[in-house]
Design a protein around this ligand. Structure first.
Ligand code: 5AD
Ligand code: SF4
Length: 425
């Protein structure tokens, strides 16, 4: 989502005589687009800002702005605590950037962290900053109304709002005509996408059908779905369109119903398992990935074991795994005790990662000996004679270059694998 936001910001600034440059040496302005999801994300940003501070002292005349969630969360405090920072702009205030930059140019500090109920930047065509010109992102909604107990997002990105479908389909169509062959539709909770027009409602599955209809050779992915809204109707739509990719990201967070209740996730272990079974029924060839948090408030050893057993049952193909990090002003920070020790959190996270490494390897091994349609994305980092691409299932494949180029589709026979990559010919 921050990649797309940076592309939107570049588009807004481009209309005001700024352009994206390739090196810090050329830059008049550095914007750091930030994430507040865990404390370590914020610490990384702070050390980056201080690096810019040291460079600035050595005669660089650029201004430094902090944009995104950390700007929204910390507001004036960022200007007070980091004296390198000239500009602080929250996720809904990017249209104000040109005016704020004028203030900065006149020697003042600029700040706008007002959240909006309507802003979707729907009319802005992002300036693409991807490397491969094959895969891209399109934001279809902003904000989140779920208020999971641990999560800072509803506070930093504001209320949920959907973007006008005409602008989404228009942007995706333009990407396809420029040679892109894959789009990922983005939102904090894509399956609650809902556009109201003339008394009727356009839901996520309908939007997905419209984007899938652009061209059969245009792959469509989406992220992220919430298990409470993962409907059979959505899965049936995916099953009808071969270009709707066979990979579903469904964050579980914990395998224990009591932890899920404390997390305010609004589903049980059983409901989540029912949704996985539905995915397996309608999309038997799909891969399933997830997000997991280790050591949430009050998590017992038994509750942790339930996460491990659910992982094993689901046989996840891939997972993002985190230690719980208490975030200021969330329900958990205010009402629950962060009482699992750092050592226990680390040990539980290691157990989760170790199990996932095995599951990921098993998932890749199941593909050896099979053939997949792969969309070529670029040259492999390890060898200029090898290309890499992805299967519909979102697995990375490395294979010989021949006369293929990025954006081509090719059939790849899988000969070998690691836990992260398929190797083929
Ligand atoms: N601590 C650890 N992980 C978190 N996530 C969100 N908030 C926190 C937190 N406070 C994780 C969730 C979410 C992913 C984007 O980040 O797993 O799905
Ligand atoms: Fe955060 Fe929950 Fe919203 Fe995801 S659904 S962004 S975890 S509050």
């Amino acid at each position: 989502m921050n990649v797309v936001d940076s592309e939107v910001v570049a588009a807004i600034l481009q209309q005001h005589q700024y352009r994206v440059c390739d090196s810090l040496e050329e830059a008049d302005l550095v914007l750091v687009n930030t994430c507040s999801i865990r404390d370590n994300a914020e610490q990384k940003v702070r050390s980056r800002i201080r690096e810019f501070g040291r460079l600035k002292e050595k005669n660089h005349s650029f201004s430094v702005g902090v944009i995104g969630c950390m700007a929204e969360r910390l507001k004036e405090k960022l200007l007070e605590e980091e004296n390198t920072v000239d500009l602080v702009v929250g996720p809904d205030a990017y249209r104000d950037l040109p005016a704020l930059l004028q203030e900065v140019e006149s020697g003042q500090k600029g700040i706008n962290t007002i959240l909006s109920l309507e802003e979707t930047y729907g009319d802005i065509r992002p300036v693409r900053m991807d490397q491969n010109h094959v895969t891209s992102f399109v934001a279809i909604m902003r904000g989140c109304n779920n208020f999971c107990a641990y999560c800072v997002v509803p506070g930093t990105r504001g209320r949920e709002r959907s973007r006008d479908p005409e602008t989404i389909v228009g942007e995706a169509t333009e990407l396809f005509s420029r040679g892109y062959r894959e789009v990922t539709l983005l939102g904090q909770n894509v399956n609650s996408y809902c556009w109201k027009e003339g008394g009727s409602l356009l839901k996520f599955e309908k939007l997905l059908e419209r984007v899938a209809g652009i061209d059969p050779s245009f792959r469509v992915r989406f992220a992220t779905s919430h298990p409470k809204d993962m409907s059979d109707d959505l899965l049936k739509v995916i099953a009808r369109y071969p270009n709707l990719c066979r990979s579903i990201h469904l964050p579980v967070q914990s395998g224990s119903t009591s932890v899920l209740e404390r997390m305010k996730r609004r589903y049980t272990r059983e409901h989540y398992m029912d949704r996985i079974s539905a995915i397996r029924k309608y999309l038997p060839e799909a891969t399933i990935s997830t997000d997991i948090i280790a050591g949430f408030c009050g998590e017992t050893e038994e509750e942790h074991q339930q996460t491990l057993s659910l992982m094993e049952w689901a046989g996840y193909d891939f997972a993002y795994m985190f230690k719980y990090s208490e975030r200021p002003d969330t329900f958990a920070a205010e009402q629950l005790e962060d009482d699992v020790s750092e050592a226990v959190k680390s040990r539980r996270l290691s157990e989760i990662i170790e199990l996932q490494n095995r599951l990921s390897l098993e998932s890749k091994k199941r593909d050896v000996g099979l053939t997949f349609e792969v969309l070529v994305e670029g040259t492999s980092k390890k060898s200029s004679q090898q290309l890499y691409g992805r299967t519909s299932q979102n697995k990375v494949v490395v294979f010989p270059k021949k006369d293929l180029k990025p954006g081509d589709y090719t059939e790849v026979f899988i000969t070998d694998c690691t836990s992260a990559t398929l190797i083929g010919s």
